[in-house]
Design a protein around this ligand. Sequence first.
Ligand SMILES: [Zn+2]
Ligand SMILES: [Zn+2]
Length: 296
Amino acid sequence: MEGSLVFGLFTALFAVGAAIVAGVKRIAHSIRDIFREQVVRTMDKTIDVVLGEIEGNREEIRNLNERVLELEAKSHRDGTLRISEQEELEYLRSERIGKMQKWGQSNVERLALVTSEVARESVLITPDKLHIADGYVGFASLNRKCKVCQRLLTLRRNTQEVRSLSSFFWGCPAFFENETLSHKYSEAFQMSDLSVFVDKSIEDWNVNDDELNAVVELGKRSVQKRVSQVVSHKIDQIICGTHAEPLVLKEKREPTGLLDQYFLRCARPSCEYKVKIASVGQLSTLLAETQGRGLL
Ligand SMILES: [Zn+2]
Ligand SMILES: [Zn+2]
């Protein structure tokens, strides 16, 4: 899907942002060079090879999840598992984290291979452009891991407080799990997270929060119309923090407004993992990702 090619950088974004910040201290490298440096060892691959690896990895994750869910259901039903089964479950869960990272790495490779065709640039997230950070809420980090369970952290925002740079944080997906597995681990959003690599041909990233909000306010109907076309679709680039499978876009029955109307959830029925679409930045991402064009 073209939208994914244009906008698929999300999982890798913050890792690349950090590299750009580091790169400033070196001799004048172009951003593209820094991006390519990240994956220089894999540049002998072709795009088809990388796409094949992504598909293969996704298939492995699906199979792995089938077995994990089987064991979890057995544990739930019988109240216990045999030692060998417990060990298998632990092993499969850690394998899944590895495959998730592999998926993120493959995405960087894929984007490095297509990046010469699109206008990617680094932008700085400033207090008047928080919609850019909003746009990545729900995305997994490539390199930040939970110190408790080793899973990749995902970007979240505290919706209880007034939106500012400090309301963003990296949280462990275990937050959404059942009581036995659940824990709260988080890390602050840092300076190195503020420089992100975006496709400047997506107009939304060039305007400030007020401008984007005003546009959405005026064109609510058309936004709803566009988003409704992808309700029930799997959104390839936003994966469940537990199952590592793409999330599905859902619509609420009685929303209080546009920013309460949609959410993403895991396709596995037993999973509680959810990402609310509660900002115009997320709507931008969703549309850019699925339709190749943001809100503007
Ligand atoms: Zn954790
Ligand atoms: Zn899930």
